[in-house]
Design a protein around this ligand. Structure first.
Ligand code: NAP
Length: 404
């Protein structure tokens, strides 16, 4: 059995990895230009394929028959070749979104749900929501309901983002301002990179349900694998693969007082987990071409902090990294969404008497005890996990991994 993913740009696809947990079939990537699409479907050099942007609609015309779901949505994301060479088109995004909606625990029946965007994913989302008796409003840039008249929908209970706004590498932008919707219960964003878009970070900060699209990606792959192999796969697999991927994509971000061991422990963590290690202070020095004491001497702490924000913004868009931050990054609240968008934030604690001060301008010019008492509540408010680092780095790294 020869399976894979058809699309135009597939370098960052998670599908091969997801399918490696779903079956033993080989799963390749077929990057095809539009002019070669016909040839691809004529040769049929596959037994089963998934289809992604921009070919989900075009694939319909190459199928000999369609499942009722694919027919209704006019979009195919899974094609299976029968023994006599016929191509059957399915749409597993429908199951993927229905499964995500269930995971979110949001109940949509009889409630107003805004779906942002009117592309392929929006059509699938709308169909699932209609099935669940939601009052669906599509928000489209040029539609009757658009971003200029959102005030007509203040009574919305749920928002689903089916646009690419906020997706990597254009992190940090949101399609709507959630303060417009006082009755909002939750937000689902189909984007999964970053794990928390600006829209989801805002939902989270308002105490709303906030779900990204990773579960949907895994759930639709599970149903595809069932079509490929003809064998039923337990829904428990979705949760298992989702947890694996979530952990793998997450950045492990170390915060704590200057000299508490963030770089040493970070390097060890990176070695153990096979991740790339980035030291934010080293990245700052590299970006501006002078040392941190020189940046402080020239522009003071404010100049340093604004460079730090812009460097962290770039670094933290990455996935699966270990990042050691500078000790004072928590003094700027803007850094929280930057670190949190893709990261698990770990506060490393070490006794003040054990903190070195060499080459650390703020540690040399301030009373470290006073600095600690000012910063401790900030570290606490940023941290997902707090770990003592008074023992060996090996032990600390193990303790961090045990706490994830
Ligand atoms: P698409 O067919 O290109 O449609 C996206 C829609 O978003 C467009 O039709 C447009 O709607 C709107 N849009 C595009 N650029 C925009 C902008 N700059 N500002 C505001 N709106 C904009 O893409 P799609 O296949 O529907 O995918 C949409 C998103 O869902 C993508 O981020 C994709 O990665 C994600 N997705 C995730 C999964 C999953 O499994 N998690 C599955 C499918 C898709 P209007 O012109 O009506 O405004």
């Amino acid at each position: 059995m020869n399976c894979g993913l058809l699309g135009r740009h597939l370098t960052h696809s998670y599908s091969p990895q997801i399918h490696s947990h779903l079956g033993t079939y080989p799963y390749g990537l077929f990057e095809i230009e539009p002019e070669d699409l016909k040839d691809f479907f004529t040769k049929k050099a596959f037994d089963g394929i998934n289809i992604t942007i921009p070919y989900k609609k075009a694939a319909v015309s190459y199928c000999d028959s369609l499942s009722p779901q694919a027919q209704r949505l006019g979009s195919v994301n899974t094609v299976v070749k029968t023994e006599d060479g016929k191509l059957i088109g399915h749409n597993t995004d429908y199951f993927g979104f229905a499964s995500l909606l269930q995971k979110s625990t949001l109940s949509v029946s009889g409630k107003k749900v805004l779906v942002l965007g009117s592309g392929g994913a929006s059509v699938t989302v709308e169909a699932v929501l209609h099935e669940q008796k939601a009052d669906v409003v599509i928000i489209s840039r040029n539609g009757e309901n658009n971003y200029q008249n959102l005030h007509l929908h203040k009574d919305a209970s749920v928002i689903v983002n089916a646009t690419p706004v906020g997706m990597y590498p254009n992190n940090g932008v949101s399609p709507v301002d959630l303060s417009l919707f006082p009755k909002l219960e939750g937000v689902i964003d189909l984007i999964y990179n970053p794990a928390r878009t600006k829209l989801l970070l805002e939902a989270e900060s308002r105490g709303l349900i906030a779900e990204n699209g990773l579960w949907m990606l895994v759930a639709q792959a599970k149903e595809s694998a069932e079509w490929f192999t003809g064998a039923k796969i337990s829904d428990d697999k979705i949760s298992h693969i989702y947890q694996l991927l979530k952990l793998q994509m997450e950045n492990l971000i170390l915060i704590g007082m200057p000299g508490c061991g963030k770089s040493t422990v970070g390097k060890r963590l990176a070695e153990i987990t096979g991740r790339k290690f980035i030291d934010a202070d080293a990245a700052i020095t590299e970006k501006v071409g002078i040392s941190i004491p020189e940046i402080f001497a020239k522009g003071g702490e404010n100049a340093f902090r604004s460079i730090e924000i812009s460097v962290l913004s770039e670094i933290c868009k990455g996935s699966g990294l270990v990042i050691a931050t500078g000790g004072g990054c928590v003094t700027k609240k803007e850094n929280y969404p930057i670190l949190h968008q893709n990261g698990r934030i770990i506060w490393l604690k070490r006794d003040i008497s054990a903190l070195p001060t060499d080459g650390r301008p703020l540690s040399q010019s301030n009373d470290l005890t006073e600095m600690y008492h000012k910063r401790a509540p900030l570290y606490q408010s940023f941290a997902d996990l707090t770990v003592d680092n008074n023992a060996q780095q090996e032990e600390t790294a193990e303790r961090i991994l045990g706490g994830l």
